[in-house]
Design a protein around this ligand. Sequence first.
Ligand code: ADP
Ligand code: MG
Length: 335
Amino acid sequence: MGEFELIERYFLPLGLPIGHPVGKPAGGMAEGGVALGIGDDAALLEVPPGRQLVAALDTLVEGRHFLPGTDPASIGHRALAVNLSDLAAMGADPAWFLLALTLPRSDTVFLEGFARGLHALASRHSVALVGGDTTAGPLVVSVQALGMIEPGLALRRDGAAPGDLLYVSGTTGDAAAGLKLLQSPDLVKGPDAEFLRQRFLFPEPRVELGRALRGIASACIDVSDGLAGDAARLAAASGCGASIEAGRLPLSAALVNMQPVEQAQSCALTGGDDYELCFTVAPARAAEMESRLTNVKCRVTCIGRVEEKLSLRVTRNGKPVDCDTRGYDHFPGAG
Ligand code: ADP
Ligand code: MG
């Protein structure tokens, strides 16, 4: 199958999911805001008046972000999920995405699974694929996600103030534990191991939660490199520090069932790839925030607070514990 047939067969159908945020043509706007999609030299997109465009891009490299031999549906899912997670962390409404796919050969089994995983997530969030690039080479997937938000409402990293409460969504540490299980030479069976592997392979971007936090969270970041490191980055961007109490960390039953609780806590603090949201709220607005979340499916947990002192402190029963907040560095030791 040649390049053009490949694009037509696998990617053209992702052009316009129903229920797109730009919605039905109105006031001369194109359907889904796509005046011109896949097929020309570039796409023409319409951002409704009074909204800002929000743009994010993330790349997955085989052997670095996923293991060789990974289920292609997971690769398609994750390539978009990590980008929707970035838009969620801004509180944006996702609208469109572009896909740059480099693959060793035109492999229909891979492409079918990849497009299926990508399509399932794209249609759940009503984002349309509007263009991309397809090249031969080592397996690398880049997605650029585009979304929209009203000016002034974006959830930035730099808005936290000392005294704000620090929250995290869902549970953390699962994806890192799942990756370890995927790397292990023997297949660990059972529902807990399966749950953890799924959390790595099919993370759920917290788009609904990000939307619900607009105008109420003082700062937000998505947890891709480990909760402690990402919380430290949020605090540093805000010119503050933060404290986390390990006993308050939300842990899944699967994570706790598979290891001693202190080890599970440490995994929850430093394990990456969870794509939960870590955010801050002024104490006076915490009740309002929690009541706004009654319709949002994922739970949130208060794990600490923003501090004046510029560092991240982790405590267990009030006593300080060591915690690595460096996260993953693609170029360790450089510069
Ligand atoms: P060009 O030579 O102008 O870069 P291409 O041949 O790369 O054009 O692409 C033709 C059309 O197909 C363009 O509209 C491009 O956006 C789209 N396209 C190419 N690869 C992909 C892909 N992987 N996903 C979605 N659209 C793609
Ligand atoms: Mg091209």
